[in-house]
Design a protein around this ligand. Structure first.
Ligand code: C2E
Ligand code: MG
Ligand code: MG
Ligand code: MG
Length: 287
């Protein structure tokens, strides 16, 4: 009896595993074709000064609209692209599109997420320089967002890469800060320009005093180390109020705006502060 139910479980397990791996195969196959057929497009989400709400920069986020699969989230296709080696092509596309967008967004910096695999590729630094020169964009306008997972494999090699980027004049942000491991050691070893505080902290800010204490400490520590701070995933006015009180430099989140295609983002910029929820915030905080 135990044997039979044991077997039953393993059958269920095997078939759901089968479904998951079939989906993975489907996505990986579709990626290749999607790149050829230009199904990928960057969307842009503003990062604003937490006090004045003035836009300071944008984060470029990749979107994939597949004719049959529909819209596939980066949380699914980025790991798939990393598994099948297409992350380099996809990453190069993101850099190119982001630098072209930077030309159309004077005064704003443009942040691009970079996979550890892409950053550690031998030609990466040269390719960043080439893209910047070709687009005629100053290196300081390009921000690259990396996560702590970068340090997992070979921390020394990763630090050398980050220093090379710094020498090129590109800014580097540590993304999803607080979700990784032993962050403090790396913060001392490499002075990132910016710390992006993960939205899991932001979510608990308004409810829990300990979360407020942690974020407050992160912001003070970043200040001492000369780094800017960005709070990710601000969705409510209460979260914004707490973040302002803590004096985190910048905010990003649905409360300000969702990621949108470049033309829409330009309209959004031009239209501020005329209509919509952001303008209610503007009229409240601006003289
Ligand atoms: P991330 O870099 O931490 O980007 C922030 C994510 O939070 C984005 O999800 C964004 O749409 C979402 N977000 C922004 N504001 C809010 C908010 O107020 N509430 C909530 N719930 N979410 C918010 P998205 O676009 O699905 O991207 C997920 C992740 O995929 C990114 O996390 C990044 O790690 C990765 N990614 C996206 N585009 C690229 C890319 O071009 N290259 C690489 N290597 N990774 C990318
Ligand atoms: Mg990011
Ligand atoms: Mg993040
Ligand atoms: Mg993330």
């Amino acid at each position: 009896d135990a044997k039979r139910s044991g077997r039953g479980r393993s059958v269920v397990y095997a078939s759901s595993l089968g479904a998951a791996s079939r989906r993975m195969n489907t996505v990986e196959q579709a990626l290749r074709e999607g790149l050829e057929k230009r199904q990928f497009e960057l969307h842009f989400q503003p990062k604003v000064d937490s006090q004045s709400l003035q836009a300071l920069g944008v984060e470029a986020l990749m979107r994939w609209e597949h004719p049959v699969l529909g819209s596939v989230s980066p949380g699914e296709f980025i790991p798939a692209a990393e598994r099948c080696g297409l992350i380099h092509e996809l990453g190069a596309l993101a850099l190119q599109q982001a630098c072209l967008a930077a030309r159309e967004l004077p005064g704003l910096n443009v942040a691009v997420n970079v996979s550890p695999l892409q950053l550690m590729e031998p030609g990466f630094i040269d390719s960043v320089e080439r893209v910047l020169v070709r687009a005629g964009v100053g290196p300081s306008l390009l921000h690259l967002e990396v996560t702590e997972s970068l340090m997992l494999e070979d921390a020394q090699a990763a630090l050398r890469r980050l220093h090379a980027l710094r020498e090129l004049g590109v800014q580097v942000a540590l993304d999803d800060f607080g979700t990784g491991f032993s962050s403090l050691a790396y913060l001392r070893a490499f002075p990132f320009h910016t710390l992006k505080i993960d939205r899991s902290f932001v979510r608990s800010l308004t409810e829990h005093a300990d979360a407020r204490a942690i974020v407050n400490t992160i912001v003070r520590m970043a200040g001492v180390l000369g780094m800017r701070t960005v709070a990710e995933g601000i969705e409510t006015e209460r979260e914004l109020a707490v973040i302002r009180a803590i004096r985190c430099d910048e905010v990003q989140g649905y409360l300000v705006a969702r990621p949108m295609p470049l033309p829409k983002f330009k309209d959004w910029l031009a239209g501020r502060p005329l209509t919509g929820p952001v303008d209610d915030m503007d009229s409240r905080v601006l003289p």
